[in-house]
Design a protein around this ligand. Structure first.
Ligand code: 5GP
Ligand code: MG
Length: 175
């Protein structure tokens, strides 16, 4: 058996709630009266999406997209495929992508390019967390929650080998 990994809280559930409220306030201001499609990236964004949309008081649609990245483990390989696509028509719509984390940026850039080809009226990115120290390709994050140190984090939807998504706090997985 591998040793039990150690977890250290980085952002508490209260800090997350405050940050999600702040993001929702910014998004409310920009999307009032526009009925956007919010597209969450599975699986990591499900909890963030659920909390965020309850704070949005305008009509919207929710979609999820599932991407596969070969390599597994803690790194994305940059070789990305859509394994579960969209049901809604994106052409001409206001699209807001909801991400749990932007790390190297490879996944995000792949997805934004994929969506841009479908000719949305607008395309923006909301990310709960950002690890800028690991960036390989430039990404503009329109709505950002937390900036992370160069550590692997779990909880609030984020996993380590499918574990720890259910933690209500965002924790650093200690080596
Ligand atoms: P990127 O393509 O930006 O390198 O990373 C995309 C994916 O890598 C994220 O959606 C996430 O699944 C995974 N990832 C990157 N950094 C972390 C991290 O610190 N914690 C967890 N749980 N996943 C991460
Ligand atoms: Mg993962």
């Amino acid at each position: 058996m591998s040793p039990q990994p150690k977890l250290r809280i980085l952002f508490t559930r209260d800090e997350i709630e405050t940050t999600v409220r702040k993001l929702a306030a910014e998004i409310r201001k920009d999307y009032q009266g526009r009925r956007p499609i919010l597209i969450g990236i599975l699986k990591g964004s499900f909890m963030f999406m659920a909390d965020l949309i309850r704070l949005l008081d305008f009509p919207l649609e929710v979609e999820f997209i599932r991407l596969s990245s070969y390599g597994g483990g803690r790194e994305s390989s940059g070789e990305i495929k859509v394994v579960q696509g969209l049901r809604s028509e994106v052409r001409g719509r206001d699209v807001l992508v909801i991400e749990d984390i932007v790390d190297t940026g490879l996944t995000t850039v792949f997805l934004l390019d994929y969506l841009r080809k479908k000719k949305p009226a607008s395309l923006k990115l909301c990310a709960l967390t950002d690890k800028p120290s690991r960036r390989q390709v430039p990404v503009t994050i329109d709505y950002l929650g937390f900036t992370l140190p160069n550590k692997f984090v779990v909880g609030y939807g984020l996993d380590w080998d499918e574990n720890f998504r259910n933690l209500p706090d965002i924790c650093i997985l200690e080596e």
